[in-house]
Design a protein around this ligand. Structure first.
Ligand code: CFM
Length: 535
């Protein structure tokens, strides 16, 4: 079935209002046209969306991985449980540093707290956390009921700072604050930037000092990236926020370059760091061999020293020599297969290159909560219409810090480099896709089923919410959020682990034992008399 027919068929089932809405969220790539997609708008009530909430984006994604802080969730226990260990942002203790990543801290609000207020409980929870764990700092994340009943978490945080002598950060990230977890990223970015980043002493950083922004160490990706960068000779000031610490975060302004892996979740901070401290940011991608090489070369060229450029090439050659053979083997097992990618806000783009390297073509890709710039490229930002939901998230206005602002490279050099590499820039997902392939925003479960049935990809890369829909249809699903207990997938060695997992998944004989529903469907369709419920 052609992609056009396939989308028409999906649309046919919808009532006209829903159809009108959903049509704007999908397109078939056509490089002869400038294509626009609607994104970051409310999901239709009643539709089973894969999206999460603002709280998930704030606590679960951005602040949760900071391992030496206690992250208290003020709300019913379910919200904490949902965010407890489900995202595989790994962390390990170094020396005598603290690591609370395996804990789940909640005020466990009950009905009486909702009726009479939960502030007392929150104060007690902070006291208990300080007494038992003595953390570097504390965060409080608000869940929906907190916003609805009006508990003043900011006032409690301010009181607690005086009482305990440590920083207590309050995040107004009630789940309903935005149309998806993307709102929570923004809320978290603002508070970290306003209250933590830059509070460390301003020092002259080592020459090749970098921060890795938007890297959350899922399945150990951040460790693999750090291994490569350290091998070349970079100093990593902070990783934001995978396996990160409060102390590192305070010193983020002491680096000569910010590299940004997931721009969706952290572009607010990268922009603000440049405005306030003059540190440029480079869009990078450590997923896929070619993208990793391109990233490393761009980084070396930014610093511009021949010694670093040579060392980079040496490390690339060394790493390649170890992976070329296994990668070739797995490629033989995957060549000619097709993929369907549906992930949060950047991975549906980042993984396309790696899949191509092992011979897999992406036939459909989409984001849960990406914005138009994630699809169409950063240049589109000035043209994005701001709706009430977006305005709900206050923008943090930062200015140049006259005392601490410092340019590592002269402006003219920076401008020249911008012509060669994505400094302060990124292209969207659409550009990378082949003509005739499908792009869909906020794909729902009905559409997932219909499209899997029609396109029959060999691999469906998504998450736990829809993994088993696909597997019951006999299509291998690789979770690109959690990596299904595997990883790392970043860098050179990660590419081989990914290729191995995918080859095994696609080629397992399991699929021959599953009969997809469409093979069991009757050839003649009939209806039971209206009103008669079959028992
Ligand atoms: Fe960035 Fe992420 Fe993603 Fe994201 Fe996420 Fe994630 Fe993701 Mo799941 S920060 S946007 S909110 S790369 S948790 S590590 S995998 S949806 S594509």
């Amino acid at each position: 079935m052609s992609c056009k027919k396939c989308l028409d068929k999906v649309m046919d089932t919808y009532p006209s209002k829903v159809k009108k809405n959903r049509e704007k969220h999908m397109l078939i790539k056509d490089s002869d046209e400038t294509q626009e997609i609607q994104a970051n708008t409310r999901a239709i009530p009643g539709i089973i969306t894969n999206r999460g909430c603002a709280y998930a984006g704030c606590k679960g994604v951005v602040i949760g991985p900071l391992r030496d802080m206690v992250h208290i969730v003020h709300g019913p226990v379910g919200c904490s449980y949902y965010a407890w260990g489900t995202r595989r942002n790994k962390a390990k203790t170094k020396g005598d540093e603290k690591n609370f990543i395996n804990y789940c801290f909640t005020t466990d609000m009950q009905e009486s707290d909702i009726v009479f207020g939960g502030e007392k409980k929150l104060r007690e929870a902070i006291r208990e956390a300080v007494e038992l764990f003595n953390p570097a700092a504390i965060t409080i994340s608000a869940t929906c009921p907190v916003g609805l009943i009006g508990d003043d978490i900011k006032a409690i945080a301010a009181e607690a700072e005086i009482e305990h002598g440590i920083q207590v950060l309050a995040f107004d990230c009630e789940g309903y604050k935005g149309v998806s977890q993307s709102a929570g990223h923004h809320i978290a970015n603002n508070i970290l930037m306003r209250d933590v980043i830059g509070t460390g002493e301003r020092v002259e950083p080592p020459k090749y000092s970098v921060n890795i922004l938007g890297e959350y160490n899922i399945g150990g990706d951040g460790w693999e990236i750090s291994r490569i960068l350290n091998k070349i000779g970079y100093d990593i000031v902070s990783i934001m926020t995978g396996d990160g610490t409060y102390e590192e975060l305070k010193n983020t302004h002491n680096a000569n370059l910010n590299v940004v892996q997931c721009h969706r979740s952290i572009n607010y901070i990268s922009e603000m760091l440049e405005t306030k401290y003059g540190t440029p940011w480079l869009k990078v991608n450590f997923i896929g061999v070619n993208e990793t090489i391109k990233t490393l070369r761009n980084m070396a060229e930014y610093f511009g020293d021949q010694e670093l450029i040579d060392r980079t090439e040496e490390v690339i050659a060394e790493e390649l020599s170890e992976i070329e053979e296994p990668l070739e083997l797995f490629k033989k097992m995957c060549e000619g297969k097709t993929a369907f990618l549906y992930v949060g806000g950047s991975r549906a783009h980042h993984y396309q290159g790696l899949l191509k390297e092992i011979g897999i073509e992406t036939v459909m890709a989409g984001y849960e909560f990406g914005h138009r710039d994630d699809y169409e490229g950063r240049d589109v930002i000035p043209y994005i219409k701001l709706d009430a939901d977006t305005r709900n998230i206050p923008d943090l206005h930062v200015e140049k810090d006259e005392k601490q602002y410092r340019l590592y490279l002269p402006e003219s050099k920076l401008e020249a480099l911008k012509e060669k590499m994505p400094l302060g820039q990124y292209d969207g997902l659409i550009k990378e896709m082949k003509d005739g392939t499908i792009v869909i925003d906020d794909l729902n479960h009905y559409e997932t089923e219909m499209l899997l049935k029609a396109l029959k990809p060999d691999i469906f890369c998504s998450g736990i919410k829809d993994k088993f829909i696909s597997q019951k249809m006999g299509i291998f699903s690789k979770q690109l959020h959690s990596y299904d207990y595997s990883g790392p997938y970043a860098g050179f060695k990660g590419a081989v682990i990914f290729a191995k997992d995918v080859s095994a998944g696609i080629n397992t004989p399991t699929w021959s034992h599953i009969t997809p529903p469409w093979k069991k469907e009757p050839i003649i369709e009939g209806e039971i008399n209206e009103g008669v419920i079959p028992c």
